[in-house]
Ligand binder design. Structure first.
Ligand code: SAM
Length: 302
């Protein structure tokens, strides 16, 4: 297994620190600890005396985060393999009723993308896996070879607004007649063959949206976010803050709608009027930051 590159750069890190504004001794819930980049920026502000709870579905990321954090912060940090959708369960297991700050930095990170064995990317060949949690049974290969043509087309269209969703689904079904499509490059080639005669769609590789749509489906990412948004405020102390960084419009739409409903119900205020985006320097240095949008809310009810 490849070890994650230490140079992984967290996005919007200064804005996270400023807008979450954690205070000494507070409790932070980081629902997507990843390689611990945001954690390492936030921990000095709450320690000593604070508590940092980090979740990740991916045990490889947790191990990497643990290795990076433990030497500097030997106590007050709990790292748990779990889905942020099950926030109530993890907090109960840790004996925590409410936290002061929450952070979600959604999606996939560079260490996962760069490891061909994880199957998230078509840059190198690998198995069509795409699971964050490798204890989970369902992999991308099961969807690609098991769903019907119309189910595949809907998946590509609804999860990634793929314009050629029907044509790609039809081609996948034709190709898999001759044998399973089981590697990332094999799938990328099928998608490229549909786009071949047409425009490849500007700067984005033809297979980008198909891979994104499959990853979202394999990991039920939108369901996890919906469930988190349904319960999160109950576990945030009044006056506490919640920041969510999303990378595509479906996720940001869910956050925007949940914050709107919370505001209408008198439960929260939004800390910034518009979503926070990366400045030109960060966009230049870190391509992943270009699609990042962060929304921050403060709980106002009691
Ligand atoms: C963009 S990375 C987070 C990077 C992190 N903020 C850092 O600074 O290193 C997203 C992480 O969230 C994890 N993840 C995705 N969905 C999750 C979920 N529903 N519950 C817990 N972790 C999740 C992924 O495994 C990945 O490691």
């Amino acid at each position: 297994m490849n070890s994650p590159p230490p140079e992984h750069r967290p996005v919007l890190v200064e804005q996270v620190v400023t807008l979450l504004a954690p205070q000494p001794g507070e409790v932070i819930l980081d629902g997507t600890i990843g390689l611990g980049g945001h954690a390492l920026a936030l921990l000095p502000l709450i320690m000593p005396g604070g508590r940092y709870i980090g979740l990740d579905r991916d045990e490889t990321m947790l191990a990497a985060a643990r290795a990076r954090i433990a030497s500097q912060f030997p106590s007050g940090v709990d790292l748990v393999q779990g889905n942020f959708a099950e926030l109530p369960r993890w907090l109960a297991e840790l004996g925590v009723r409410q936290v002061d700050r929450m952070l979600l930095d959604l999606g996939v990170n560079s260490a996962q993308l760069d490891d061909p064995l994880r199957g998230f990317s078509f840059e190198q060949d690998g198995p069509l896996d795409m699971r964050f949690d490798r204890n989970q049974a369902r992999k991308a290969v099961d969807l690609v070879n098991g769903l019907s043509e119309s189910e595949l087309a809907d998946l590509f269209y609804f999860n990634a607004q793929e314009g050629l969703s029907r044509k790609i689904a039809r081609r996948i079904c034709q190709v898999r007649h001759g044998g399973r499509i089981s590697s990332t490059l094999a799938l990328a080639r099928v998608v490229e063959s549909v786009y071949g005669a047409l425009e490849a769609g500007g700067k984005t590789h033809a297979a980008t949206r198909v891979f994104q749509a499959l990853r979202i489906a394999v990991n039920a990412e939108l369901d996890s976010l919906r469930e988190f948004l349904r319960v999160a405020l109950d576990y945030l102390r009044p006056g506490g803050r919640l920041a969510i960084i999303s990378f595509h419009s479906l996720e940001d739409g869910l956050v925007k709608e949940a914050f709107r409903a919370g505001r209408a119900a008198g439960r929260l205020i939004e800390v910034t009027r518009r979503p926070v985006i990366a400045d030109p320097a960060e966009r230049g240095a870190n391509p992943r930051s270009r699609s990042a949008k962060m929304r921050v809310a403060e709980r106002t009810d009691s």
